[in-house]
Ligand binder design. Structure first.
Ligand code: PGA
Length: 249
């Protein structure tokens, strides 16, 4: 059985005070009736604070990005060992905002995936098509290519310690989520892609949906057989809303 995961991607939001409020708010719901695992991914500079606040909780800590290099002269970057050191369990790699705004290509994302795993972090690998790619009927080709770039350098067993997130770019931050059927179709496609490498691992791999997930649409999305939770942006910035999403997962 796959245990659902709901991960909050805070992006570049909040302040020390606001994040503390948000985490304390979330902790009021911690362990309530969640069957799902919950995780939050604050900005780098707040990870240490968050780790301290979450210490006794069931909420996992994640980062939003990681450097592909292990250490050295890479001004401004944060490596996987540092994330592990401050208490991260998960790290998002290949988010569409990184791909689009910071020109991260499939090969760089694959290297980040490996860098994360080399330090025992669990990468949440994001894939997803743009609206024009979807309209051109290229959804499977795009997410397949993004996945294959990682599978080309990581052995099938690597996916036993990874999470996949399908995030259609046109659904991120737009309030326009994929329908449960649209999500299911791509999730099933991704799972079958992995099953070609290893059927057992494919059956265990958690595939999250991301893109305008909120408390009001989470239940129908998470009810789909291949949707194992969500990667939540905007709605993860409100404790009550995020807690509701965790409780339906
Ligand atoms: P959203 O963002 O929930 O605000 O659409 C999701 C994401 O970018 O991970």
């Amino acid at each position: 059985m796959r245990r659902s995961l709901v991960a909050g991607n805070w992006k570049m939001h909040g302040s020390r005070a606001e994040n503390t409020r948000l985490l304390n708010g979330l902790l009021e719901y911690d362990g309530n009736d969640w069957e799902a695992e919950a995780a939050v991914c604050p900005p780098f500079v707040y990870l240490t604070d968050a780790a301290r606040l979450l210490k006794e909780s069931h909420v996992f800590l994640g980062a939003q990005d990681v450097c592909a290099e292990a250490a050295g002269a890479f001004t401004g970057e944060v490596c996987a060992a540092m994330l592990k050191d401050v208490g991260c369990h998960y790290v998002i790699v290949g988010h569409s905002e990184r791909r689009a705004l910071y020109r991260e290509d499939d090969q760089l994302v694959a290297r980040k995936f490996l860098a994360a795993q080399s330090q025992g972090l669990v990468p949440i690998l994001c894939v997803g098509e743009t609206l024009s790619e979807r309209e051109a009927g290229q959804t499977e080709a795009v997410v397949g290519r993004q996945f294959d770039a990682v599978a080309a350098v990581a052995p099938p067993a690597a996916f036993e310690k990874a999470v996949l997130a399908y995030e259609p770019v046109w659904a991120i931050g737009t309030g326009k989520n994929a329908t449960p059927e649209q999500a299911q179709e791509v999730h099933a496609f991704l799972r079958s892609r992995i099953a070609k490498l290893d059927a057992r691992i494919a059956s265990l791999l958690r595939i999250l949906y991301g893109g305008s997930v909120k408390a009001s649409n989470a239940a129908e999305l998470f009810a789909m057989p291949d949707v194992d939770g969500g990667l939540v942006g905007g709605a993860s910035l409100k404790a009550e809303e995020f807690a509701k999403i965790c409780s339906v997962a």
